[in-house]
Design a protein around this ligand. Structure first.
Ligand SMILES: [Zn+2]
Length: 285
């Protein structure tokens, strides 16, 4: 009995499923019919008016959005700063031509060469009256240096009690005349290399050739690591060393580690255990 009743219930459920299945299929036929009809109508509309569908869609979305945008005030979006990869620049940036000096904080120019020299005008009297050697200061145009300040630094060095005047019967007088005994020139590495020929300054060091003392602007600006940021002291060294050549001195090696380097040592290339020294009277440093 139990089995029969279960069987009846099972067949009833099966009939129900069959009915439901037929009903579902009926529904799905209707839906398909509607879809096909709708597609046919839409197709006809699109064939007759190819732009009709697009216009309708545009009206629903695009044009509404556009007209909404048109009625709103324009929104000004500031450009987002993007970090510039400096590696893509092939030329160094230069200040505008109308600027006499670069803006505050800008990197000074010590390398972009104009190839033209300008004489610093003015004079500085000798500090004594023996064996006067006249010199004039010339600076390559376009370098970020104040001519008067450079000339003052050079004259102070040459007339310093620790300088060559303490060892030689010489006194230095600055002039801006073309017949000066010595030209002290501050130039870019490029022009330094040219003015120093036949010596090889390699874009890095300074020289003295004939009546020219050529100071490499890169060294004048940044000195060398051995001077540990003592830029003024290195400038003293640079002037004294190259003018020392003009007075007839050759190079000297480091005599003993941890003693002051001779001013005629090539200190720019290394100290070989000696200590930085800018003055011919070596014990004075
Ligand atoms: Zn030298």
């Amino acid at each position: 009995m139990t089995t029969r009743r279960t069987g009846q219930r099972a067949s009833t459920r099966a009939r129900g499923r069959r009915r439901a299945g037929r009903h579902s299929r009926k529904k799905s036929y209707k839906a398909q019919w509607f879809s096909v009809t709708a597609l046919a109508v839409l197709g006809t509309v699109m064939v007759v008016h190819p732009d009709a569908g697009r216009q309708t869609l545009a009206a629903q979305f695009g044009e509404v959005t556009a007209s909404r945008e048109a009625t709103l005030p324009p929104v000004i979006v500031p450009p987002t700063p993007v970090p510039t990869p400096t590696a893509t620049f092939t030329k160094p940036q230069r200040p505008a031509p109308s600027l006499i000096r670069p803006p505050k904080g800008a990197k000074p120019n010590v390398t972009v060469s104009s190839g033209k020299l300008g004489v610093v005008p003015g004079t500085d009297k000798a500090t004594r009256d023996v064996g006067t050697m006249t010199y004039r200061v010339e600076i390559e145009q376009g370098l970020s240096f104040n001519g008067a300040a450079v000339a003052a630094a050079v004259h102070k060095t040459l007339t310093d009690p620790r300088g060559w005047q303490a060892l030689h019967q010489v006194s230095f007088e600055r002039t801006d005349r073309p017949d000066a005994d010595l030209r002290i020139i501050l130039a870019t590495p490029t022009l330094t290399d040219k003015l120093c020929l036949p010596l090889d300054t390699g874009g890095e060091v300074s020289c003295r050739v004939e009546d020219r003392v050529v100071l490499n602007a890169k060294r004048w600006m940044y000195a060398v690591p051995a001077y540990a940021g003592k830029i003024d002291l290195y400038r003293n060294y640079l002037v004294n060393h190259e003018v020392g050549h003009a007075l007839g001195y050759g190079h000297s090696p480091c005599p003993e580690p941890n003693t002051p380097a001779p001013v005629m040592m090539q200190q720019t290339k290394g100290l070989d255990g000696c200590l930085p020294n800018a003055w011919p009277t070596t014990k004075a440093t």
